[in-house]
Design a binder for this molecule. Structure first.
Ligand code: RIB
Length: 304
């Protein structure tokens, strides 16, 4: 069974900073690294590192073939990645001394899809395959429709969240992976709001709205909570030295979905995804920080 990941490919320009630049201020960076990133590409790498057959569907600018080569070298099938005229998606990422980040995104090629091209790119997808989505590419409504027609299982990580993403037919998803902010936006109807830090209220509201969906709620350094079959299970995150949090959420997504597809119990999938995310923050850069399955299993043994 394959996972088709319709996802962004970004060039990440990562600036190490003493602190984030403020409005009106000019501040020198300590260093600059240019690496493969994008929520889509990061999640494909995490799935591949977790041992899955992952086919990335995406687009880059003609001059960034190196990013596609890098994705392939991580074990991702890139046959459906197209090079087009115009710039690739890219991200300007400040990382401070606590490993926190502030990101400016430019959609570029990730925002260039239309319904016809989507039909072509998904030609080989078969009933029962998985579709993974984030919210950095356009035309998601077409992809949801195509998934319904082709009977694909849908896993969605609606990041970065916006109104259009919240209005997609999310009840069709098998799996939703949300952080606290995204969860608060989806929990109940838009006329009401739920405090994202009130996890019990979030859980109740999400389960009421999506009773048949497996929901993983990520809580940063506090671990994650699983909402499934009316039950609620929480896993805490191991304490690690934080170098760079960029891509940790994407690592969680890839490992969690891989666990579900490989038949792990949902709570084991959650624990493995939390450990993978914890390891990811100990290394600089999005894709460079995504750990191998061997490293994740060794880390889990060491924490028990
Ligand atoms: O989730 C991290 C990613 O967000 C970065 O790699 C950057 O490209 C942005 O898309």
């Amino acid at each position: 069974m394959a996972v088709f990941n319709f996802g962004s490919i970004n060039i990440d320009y990562v600036y190490r900073m003493d602190r984030f630049v403020q409005p009106g201020e000019t501040l020198s960076s300590l260093s600059l690294d240019t690496v493969l990133g994008g929520k889509g590409a990061n999640q494909s790498v995490a799935l591949a590192r977790a041992g899955l057959d992952v086919r990335h569907i995406g687009r880059v600018g003609q001059s960034d073939q190196w990013a596609v080569d890098a994705l392939r070298e991580f074990g991702v099938n890139t046959d459906c990645v197209q090079a087009i005229d115009g710039p690739s998606g890219h991200a300007i990422i400040q990382v401070d001394t606590n490993g926190e980040n502030a990101i400016v995104l430019h959609g570029g090629a990730n925002q260039s899809f239309d319904a016809n091209v989507i039909e072509t790119l998904f030609e080989s997808a078969k009933s029962g395959d998985w579709l993974l989505l984030q919210n950095e590419c356009n035309s998601l409504e077409h992809v949801f429709d195509l998934a319904e027609r082709k009977k694909l299982n849908i896993a969605f990580n609606p990041a970065p969240m916006d109104k259009a993403a919240s209005e997609l037919p999310l009840e069709r998803c098998q799996v939703l992976i949300l952080n606290e902010v995204e969860a608060a936006q989806l929990a109940i109807d838009p006329s009401q709001t739920v405090d994202g830090t009130d996890h019990a209220a979030l859980a109740v509201a999400l389960q009421a709205r999506f009773p048949n969906v497996i929901i993983a709620l990520t809580l940063g350094s506090n671990g994650a909570t699983l909402l499934h079959d009316g039950q609620r299970t929480s896993v805490s995150s191991a304490k690690v030295d934080v170098v760079d949090t960029t891509g940790a959420g994407d690592t969680f997504v890839g490992y969690f979905l891989a666990g579900i597809i490989n038949g792990l119990s949902t709570s084991d999938a959650l624990e493995r995804a939390c450990s993978a995310g914890a390891l990811a923050v100990t290394v600089a850069g999005a894709t460079p920080g995504i750990p191998t399955l061997k490293a994740v299993n060794k880390f889990i043994k060491g924490t028990h």
